[in-house]
Design a protein around this ligand. Structure first.
Ligand SMILES: Nc1nc2c(c(=O)[nH]1)N=C([C@H](O)[C@H](O)COP(=O)(O)OP(=O)(O)OP(=O)(O)O)CN2
Ligand SMILES: [Zn+2]
Length: 118
């Protein structure tokens, strides 16, 4: 079974290796979707939504929200942000019963990437 929770954060970035408007400093309201794969436990839950919310807020949202992403992630494209989030969450969201399955990052309503590890 797959379980997901959505988050948002606001952040600024510039794509220094890109030649076009995104080379300049600008910001986005990013949407992040974290998906876990596993079997429901005796309480009928793959993972408690409240635990997922607390973990992602502590390890990701509190670090990226209202920040200049270039100070945290090199060339912070949606792709590189998704990889960074994956690395932060892979171990904390992996047990014998469930594991991190996918991280998706929306830069705008219409543009997003999904990452499932290597
Ligand atoms: N593959 C990628 N392409 C682009 C990325 C990226 O992360 N991965 N990022 C950008 C820029 O960050 C840029 O800010 C995106 O521009 P935006 O104005 O958000 O894009 P749109 O004009 O297409 O916005 P819509 O609202 O979806 O029309 C560029 N490319
Ligand atoms: Zn951008």
């Amino acid at each position: 079974m797959y379980l997901s929770r959505d988050f948002t954060f606001d952040a600024a970035h510039r794509l220094e290796k890109y030649h076009g408007k995104c080379e300049e400093l600008h910001g986005h309201t990013y949407k992040l979707r974290v998906t876990v794969e596993g079997d429901p436990d005796e309480e009928g839950m793959v993972v408690d939504f409240l635990y997922l919310k607390k973990t992602v807020n502590e390890l990701v949202i509190s670090v990226l929200d209202h920040r200049y992403l270039n100070e945290i992630i090199s060339q912070p494209t949606a792709e590189n942000i998704a990889k960074w989030v994956w690395d932060k969450l892979k171990n904390p969201l992996s047990t014998q019963r469930y594991r991190l399955y996918e991280v998706s990052v929306w830069e705008s309503e219409n543009s997003f990437v999904s990452y499932r590890g290597e």
